[in-house]
Design a protein around this ligand. Structure first.
Ligand code: HEM
Length: 538
């Protein structure tokens, strides 16, 4: 399933779309002219100056000079694999998406990533992991652009540049592990207490996965599914690894990062090469589409909240198997472009303000990262469905479009009319109600509770997980310079749990503050570990 096997659907170029480069019997220029020497520049005599007329030298060096493209602004470090997704058909009652029907097989490409490190950074750092899946369905591309953590730091996309600026290296020294960068990260997540839940997941063992093959994936946001009759259901997407969820311990992560910074990348490629294909079940939690987007008191539009599986079990809807490594890192893993707005009929978005910012951001950044608006034509991004769009020209255009009138309907070259109102298998946004309101820059009151779910997660941890988490907070906060930031972090921890707070305070040599909000009355919840195991609570 490499890119050169993709069918050239919909591209009226006259040029074979699967043209394989580098397969001739002899070396040529980019224009196909046979070369006789690529080791010596053309010079005025063996010891003389190099001549400007050496067009081969200039082509070779110039192309090399432009080999790099900008790395992703986030999630720059990644590894990916090809595979296949098989629908179970169990979601057929709630969505008309064809790829989820029983027995349908859909090629996929999955890219796993860290968030903050640069392209050459180490794999085993404490960070969130990206888990982005491109489904090449018969109805167009569907991208599920998720993470290995079920919640996000912020509730509104307008803060995304700020949290990333706070976590990335500082502009003056560009040292990723600088104390100043610890200060700004902890400054942000303690000033914006909505980040408490995601930060706790990062400080738990989930922040240092053992392998990409042993991670869960989460769509995070609530999506809206629509079935053939037009009935809608709200869902959260989950990937469950067949190998179970496993983490490193901190010392392992540190040692591995030094000995083999490519540990996760190598692990994924080696497993697939050995035929040990990793598998994940895709599942959904379902909620009635009641219009208020609330479920059991939880705001489904708040991406800092989960819905516990005791309240809404995850129902399996298909199986993904990764069975082929990429053949070219740049062509596939670097050039792949995911976007939460790549949706297919039967799957729609909700009004989560974080998701709405993402719907703008991915296309925008990819225009800059991939050099213009035509990157959907790159083999790895090309849909397997026929393309008949009205997008024309632009940088790196490879399609040779026919006809004279790129607008519809038209009477010049017979452009087909729109079939307004008819459900022809087209993508149609669900006509969901928008509450009558006034324009405001504010968050709803239902986004205000920042501590009850972190407390629920803390109480769900085993004793050994709690020890690891206390150690992680103590170590990471110990890297901060500013005592004021550490003290503020302790005030946040006091609102999660007094033991967590006092143990970290002792480790930092600071007094433990009292909680500033009443501790939430939540029951311990083993199912929050998402692996369904039971353990003794002593
Ligand atoms: C990249 C997930 C929030 C902007 C990514 C990638 C993942 C991801 C997995 C890597 C895609 C790849 O492998 O190529 C998420 C999740 C989020 C989230 C799960 C929250 C639930 C946001 C927000 C923004 C954003 C709020 C901006 C408003 C970006 C950008 C990229 C990116 C610009 C780079 C895309 C590229 O260059 O191809 N995100 N993200 N993300 N994300 Fe997000």
């Amino acid at each position: 399933r490499g890119p050169d096997t993709y069918s050239p659907t919909g591209q009226a170029t006259g040029v074979p779309q699967d043209r394989v480069a580098q397969d001739g019997a002899y070396l040529t220029t980019a224009q196909g002219a046979r070369l006789h020497d690529t080791d010596h520049s053309l010079k005025a005599g063996p010891r003389g100056p190099v001549l400007l007329q050496d067009h081969h030298l200039r082509e070779k060096i110039t192309h090399f000079d432009h080999e790099r493209i900008p790395e992703r602004v986030v999630h720059a470090r990644g590894a990916a694999a090809h595979g296949v997704f098989r629908g179970y058909g169990s979601a057929a009652g709630i969505t008309k998406a064809g790829f989820l029907a029983e027995g349908v097989e859909t090629p996929v490409y999955v890219r796993f990533s860290t968030v903050l490190g640069s392209r050459g950074s180490a794999d085993t750092v404490r960070d969130t992991r990206g888990f982005a899946t491109k489904f090449y369905t018969q109805e167009g591309v569907f991208d599920l652009v998720g993470n290995n953590i079920p919640v996000f730091f912020i509730q509104d996309a307008i803060k995304f540049p700020d949290i990333i600026h706070a976590g990335k290296p500082h502009p003056d020294r560009e040292i990723p592990q600088a104390q100043s960068a610890h200060d700004t990260f902890w400054d942000f997540v303690t000033l914006h207490t909505e980040a408490t839940h995601h930060t706790l997941w990062n400080m738990s063992d989930r922040g240092i996965p053992r392998s990409y093959r042993m991670m869960e994936g989460f769509g995070v946001h609530t999506f809206r599914l629509v079935n053939a009759e037009g009935a809608t259901t709200l869902v959260k997407f989950h990937w469950k690894p067949r190998l179970g969820v496993h983490s490193l311990v901190w010392e392992e992560a540190q040692l591995t990062g030094g000995v083999d910074p490519d540990f996760h990348r190598r692990d994924l490629a080696d497993a697939i090469e050995a035929g040990a294909y990793p598998e994940w079940e895709l599942g959904v939690q379902t909620f009635p589409d009641t219009g208020d987007h609330m479920f059991e008191g939880i705001d489904l539009l708040d991406p800092t909240k989960i819905v516990p599986e005791e309240l809404a079990p995850v129902r399996p809807i298909g199986l993904m198997t990764l069975d082929a490594n990429p053949s070219n890192y740049f062509a596939e893993t670097e050039q792949v472009a995911f976007h939460p707005g790549h949706l297919v009929p039967g799957i729609d978005v909700t009004d989560d303000p974080l998701l709405h910012g993402r719907l703008f951001s991915y296309l925008d950044t990819q225009i800059s990262r991939l050099g213009g608006p035509n990157f959907a034509q790159l083999p790895i991004n090309r849909t397997h469905a026929p393309v008949n769009d009205m997008l024309r020209d632009g940088m790196h255009q490879t399609a040779v479009h026919r006809g004279v009138a790129p607008y519809r309907p038209n009477s010049a070259d017979g452009g087909c009319p729109f079939l307004a109102g008819a459900d022809t298998g087209a993508y149609i946004e669900v006509p969901a109600e928008v509450p009558a309101s006034r324009k405001v820059r504010e968050a709803p009151a239902t986004f205000d509770d920042h501590f009850s779910q972190p407390r629920l997660f803390w109480l769900s941890m085993t004793p050994v997980e709690r020890e690891h988490t206390i150690a992680a907070y103590t170590f990471e906060l110990g890297k901060c310079w500013e005592t004021g930031i550490k003290e503020r972090a302790l005030r946040v921890l006091a609102n999660i749990d007094p033991e967590l707070c006092s143990r970290v305070a002792t480790g930092l040599g600071l007094p433990a503050p009292e909680a500033t909000v009443p501790l939430a009355d939540v029951a311990p919840s083993p199912a929050l570990s998402q692996v369904g195991q039971e353990w003794p609570t002593d």
